[in-house]
Design a binder for this molecule. Structure first.
Ligand SMILES: N[C@@H](CCC(=O)N[C@@H](CSC=O)C(=O)NCC(=O)O)C(=O)O
Length: 303
C-alpha cells in the first residue's frame, strides 16, 4: 500500500476499516508529495478532507514519524499546506505532516455559517454536548482517535512517533490533545496559541455554543486549567508569538498558561517561549518560524 501512496494519479482509492479514503489532489513538492484526501468520518457524521505530506523515501517501505498540524479559526486543510511553506522542512527532516480541516462542514445546523468564530471552521477541537451540534461536532475524538488511527492504518507511519502542533485555535487544540493524552504525542508546540479559551472573548462564544455555559465544563477543555493538574511524562512545549499579534493581549492569554504550568507538580511542564518583535498573527508569522518547530519536533521524534 505504501508504494501506492506515491502514484501520480489522484484517482487512487484506499479502503479502510472505517470508510474509503479518496485522494483528491496530489502535488510533488521537495521530492515528496503533498496530497489531500477525502473520507466519511464516523465521529463527525460528515465528509472531511485532510492534507498529508509524504516525504521523499530512500528505500521501499520506509516509514516516517508524524506531525499533526491543527489550524485556526476560518481555516480549511488548505491554509497551512499553501501558506506555511513547511514542505521543505518536512522533506528535510523526513516527517509526515497531517493537516486536518478545522471542523465538520455542511451539516445543515442552523447558524453553522453565520459568524467566523462559531460553527464551521470553529470546532475548538472539543466534543460538543449541546443539541444539535453534538451529532457532528466531535472534533476532539476525530483528531485523537479516528484520524489518528486512520493515518496509522493507511500511511507509512512509525506508530509511536507522533507529535502535534498548531496555530491559534489550532495551538489550543495541540495543547488540549497533548495534555488530555499524556504520552500519546512525543512532543507538542504551538504558534500564537489560544491558551485560555474559557477567558478568550473571541473563542469563548464558539466554545459555549458547543458545550454550554457551565464553568466547570468549560474549564475541562481549557489548557490553562488542565496544565495545573497534568501528571504525565515531562513535557517540553515550544511556543512562538509575535509582539504585534492582534489577539495577543485579549485572546491568546499565554501568560496565564505559563503561570499555570509553573504550578504543575514536579515541574513537569517546561515551556520554551519566544516573543518575536514586530510579528503579527498571520501565516507570514507562521511561515517565518515553522522551521524552528520542525527542528524541535525532529529532535524529539528522532530520540
Ligand atoms: N477575523 C478575520 C481573521 C481570522 C484569522 O486571523 N484567522 C486566523 C486564525 S485566528 C484563531 O484561530 C487564520 O489562521 N486565518 C487563516 C489565514 O490563512 O490567515 C477573518 O474573519 O478572517
Amino acid at each position: 500500500m505504501y508504494n501506492r501512496m506515491h502514484q501520480k494519479n489522484t484517482s487512487e482509492r484506499i479502503m479502510v476499516a472505517e470508510s474509503e479514503i479518496k485522494c483528491v489532489s496530489n502535488n510533488k513538492s521537495f521530492g515528496g508529495y503533498q496530497k489531500v484526501y477525502e473520507h466519511f468520518s464516523n465521529a463527525l457524521q460528515c465528509t472531511m478532507k485532510f492534507g498529508i505530506y509524504i516525504p521523499p523515501s530512500e528505500q521501499e517501505d520506509e516509514k516516517f514519524p508524524v506531525l499533526f498540524y491543527l489550524s485556526g479559526l476560518t481555516c480549511t486543510e488548505q491554509n497551512v499546506i499553501t501558506k506555511a511553506g513547511f514542505q521543505k522542512y518536512a522533506a528535510q527532516y523526513k516527517i509526515i505532516v497531517v493537516a486536518p480541516d478545522t471542523s465538520p462542514r455542511n451539516c445543515n445546523i442552523p447558524g453553522e455559517n453565520d459568524t467566523w468564530n462559531i460553527g464551521t471552521g470553529a470546532s475548538m477541537y472539543v466534543n460538543a454536548t449541546q443539541e444539535p451540534w453534538n451529532k457532528h461536532y466531535q472534533m476532539y475524538t476525530y483528531i485523537t482517535e479516528e484520524l489518528f488511527q486512520l493515518i496509522q492504518n493507511n500511511f507509512p507511519v512509525i506508530k509511536d512517533k507522533i507529535s502535534i502542533t498548531g496555530h491559534s485555535m489550532g495551538g489550543h487544540g495541540a495543547l488540549l490533545c497533548s495534555l488530555l493524552n499524556p504520552g500519546k504525542f512525543k512532543s507538542v508546540s504551538a504558534l500564537a496559541p489560544a491558551c485560555n479559551i474559557s477567558n478568550s472573548p473571541t473563542l469563548l462564544p464558539g466554545l459555549k455554543t458547543l458545550i454550554g455555559e457551565d464553568k466547570e465544563i468549560l474549564e475541562k477543555w481549557d489548557p490553562t486549567f488542565l496544565v495545573k493538574y497534568y501528571d504525565g511524562p515531562e513535557m517540553q512545549i515550544l511556543i512562538h508569538v509575535g509582539t504585534d499579534d492582534e489577539f495577543l493581549k485579549e485572546d491568546l492569554l499565554i501568560d496565564n498558561f505559563v503561570k499555570a504550568a509553573n504550578e504543575c507538580k514536579d515541574n513537569k511542564i517546561k515551556i520554551e517561549f519566544h516573543l518575536e518583535e514586530g510579528h503579527g498573527h498571520s501565516y507570514y508569522f507562521v511561515s517565518t518560524f515553522i522551521e524552528e518547530h520542525f527542528k524541535f519536533h525532529s529532535s524529539k521524534l528522532s530520540s
